[in-house]
Ligand binder design. Structure first.
Ligand code: GLC
Length: 416
């Protein structure tokens, strides 16, 4: 593997996707600032330009709404090639935005940056209150019985995962204004969510917009309220990192410790005894999704271990040449190329791998890291990959894949 060439290609992708203070995921398909994409991009940028990495997160937090939410998309500059854009969302923040959030990787990213760039301490201190307010927003408006839920599949970051199938089927998308998708102009439709999904995505956007994104009302009345293991474990990890930041910055962490205890207890409720795994739970119907996904495999990242999850990991990784798939290949809903219903996503691998290493699964973590490096080295910086063939899928020149390479997968990231 030509590490130097791949490192410089990854840097070129992140620089090429830089729009001045923020990094787009990829030109064409995703021309704005996405929330968790930016947090991951910052990890990659930090390997060659730490000052610019801090800016990435500052720009993200500059879109924070009054009540604390940090939106999933910031529409800094209009781009007619993307749908649904700012006019459809009608967000209420200081910058044109969507009305939902995305997995909160930012606190983890800021702790990561501070460890590598102690000179950024003042910048971390300035970001801390915004992070705290965002986490408080999660605990106020996205927490039920200790479980973190999403009110739109896009909020989870795993758009068409089977976790949402039951809740999506219960929605009758009447009254969705006529629309034209733009994603399928850029990428083969077989790799994207279906039209039935899309109608419901837009119906849910209309639901939120029609009540002016009233957070309390959405938390209570949204027809789509699904507890998400991926979001839960990412928030749990980020809250631990927020606590560590509070300690490093001399801030009080009592409230943060309370959140950690709530989320640890909530994780127990996400355990599905029939599946022998953590999985999603529909708060409106009371049904469990019965899906083992790469969201489930973030348990270690959240600091939670279970023998049953180790057994699933061994089985799933042995069944496929390229892990970690976004859905158990033994699940009849598995589709190797369709987005979050099978493909491998480098950012999920990074989180799962870091979690495994932390929790003592060192060999598994190292195998995952090296497998991710091979996948990228042989197939390029794709949005995601087919776990059976390794073929690149979705968009190309993708920022978060480049960032995962630089921050974790590349041999150069390991000091060798
Ligand atoms: C897709 C992904 C989401 C990501 C976005 C931009 O919607 O599902 O996780 O943030 O693209 O890359």
């Amino acid at each position: 593997m030509d590490t130097d060439r791949l490192d410089s290609e990854a840097r070129a992708i992140l620089k090429g996707n830089d729009r001045g203070g923020y990094t787009i995921p990829t030109a064409g398909l995703y021309p704005y600032q996405w929330n968790w994409d930016s947090a991951f991009s910052a990890l990659g940028i930090a390997t060659f330009d730490p000052a610019r990495a801090w800016t990435e997160l500052e720009t993200l937090l500059s879109g924070q709404w009054d009540h604390g939410m940090v939106p999933h998309i910031l529409f800094h500059r209009p781009d007619p090639g993307y749908f649904p854009g700012p006019d459809i969302w009608a967000g209420r923040g200081p910058i044109a935005s969507s009305g939902i959030t995305q997995p909160p990787v930012a606190a983890t990213a800021i702790r990561w940056l501070l460890a590598r760039d102690p000179a950024g301490r003042d910048r971390a201190a300035a970001l801390f209150p915004g992070l705290l307010a965002w986490h408080r927003w999660f605990m106020t408006y996205r927490c039920a019985g200790g479980r973190i839920f999403v009110t739109h599949p896009w909020e989870s970051g795993r758009d068409n995962a089977p976790d949402w199938d039951g809740a999506m089927a219960a929605i009758d998308p009447v009254g969705v204004a006529p629309y034209r998708r733009r994603d399928t102009d850029h990428v083969d439709a077989a790799m994207r969510p279906t039209k039935a999904d899309y109608d419901r995505y837009l119906w849910l956007v209309q639901f939120g917009r029609d009540i002016d994104w009233n957070a309390a009302q959405i938390a209570r009345d949204c027809p789509f309220r699904v507890a998400d293991p991926g979001m839960h474990f990412i928030l749990l990890r980020a809250t631990r990192d927020l606590g560590a930041l509070a300690a490093a910055l001399g801030q009080d962490s009592a409230e943060i410790c309370g959140w950690i205890a709530t989320l640890e207890a909530g994780a127990e409720a996400l355990w599905n005894p029939d599946l022998g795994a953590f999985d999603a739970f529909d708060l409106n119907s009371g049904a469990r999704a019965g899906a083992l996904t790469n969201g489930s495999f973030l348990c270690w990242y959240g600091g939670i271990d279970r023998p049953g999850m180790r057994a699933h990991l061994a089985r799933v990784t042995a069944a496929l040449p390229h892990g970690l798939p976004s859905l158990d290949p033994a699940d009849p809903r598995f589709e190797a190329k369709r987005y979050w219903r099978g493909p491998v996503w480098a950012v999920m691998n990074l989180m799962a791998g870091i979690g495994m290493a932390d929790m003592g699964l060192r060999a598994e973590a190292e195998a995952l890291r090296q497998g991710t490096a091979r996948l990228i080295g042989e197939n390029g910086f794709a949005e995601y990959f087919d776990p059976v063939t390794g073929a690149p899928a979705g968009g190309g020149a993708f920022s978060w894949t480049a960032a995962v390479w630089l921050a974790w997968a590349s041999p150069s990231s390991q000091g060798g």
